[in-house]
Write a protein that binds this ligand. Sequence first.
Ligand code: ATP
Ligand code: MG
Length: 269
Amino acid sequence: MSEATLLEARNLRKSFLTAAGVFAGASRGAPRQAAVDGVNLDLAPGETLAIVGESGSGKTTLARLLLRLIEPDAGEIRFGGRDLLAARGAELRRLRREMQMVFQDPFASLNPRLCVEAMVGEPLEIHEPALSRATRRERVGAILETVGLGADAMPRYPHEFSGGQRQRIGIARALVLRPRLVVADEPVSALDVSVGAQILELLQNLQREFSLTYLLISHSLPVVAQLATRIAVMRAGKFVEVGVAEHVLAQPAHPYTRALLAAVPEVPA
Ligand SMILES: Nc1ncnc2c1ncn2[C@@H]1O[C@H](COP(=O)(O)OP(=O)(O)OP(=O)(O)O)[C@@H](O)[C@H]1O
Ligand SMILES: [Mg+2]
């Protein structure tokens, strides 16, 4: 692997049993569908690779493989030069804290009874258990300021915030451990266009401030145009086109990319 690569994936594959396969049982030969079908990917430090494709093309599955939230059927992943799929125990924990995820709905998987301080502080509690409560509170307050929320957000609860503010809290939770890689999976698709634009601008500023590398997932080419340095177009588990963002946007080589570009841009409701 070259020194200049933060994340490298080779020939990644993941298939799932289809509904018919589940019915037939997990025997050999049961019908399976490839969600990720031989993906190769290189991510240089500081760049933003956008992965774009229609619903069901395998974007989220690929993201989960790259963070090793699920195990691939085949392939290799290296992160910071380390074999991610071979990592165990303390090494795996150390690698995991360097890669964090921002979700479309940051609270879908979190306990709504947790206040913002507890939510944003939770990764610290897990990965830096020796921190005093006061230091943890300081770190949480600081990262909330960084994402444009005051420390006065700390005792409040998710339902008290707007969608855009909630996404800022989700970003604070992802950044509190100072990761190197952030995977943002449809970070603005639940938001109005103007609010989404503010979140994208925030992500751009944070990238500069913290030297972050981004994997930005979206079904919309216009959404990623502002941030992406490179774009990978995904269809049915495969990358059909990968290139420098300006080239892909100005001169799409694949008919599927042209179709994505021609799709009606989102308008505010
Ligand atoms: N846990 C799972 N079990 C079975 N099938 C799955 C599972 N996760 C994903 N799939 C299937 O894999 C394919 C790719 O799904 P994935 O969620 O990765 O697509 P996506 O590009 O993220 O779509 P979207 O834009 O809707 O989020 C789909 O056919 C999906 O039904
Ligand atoms: Mg998805």
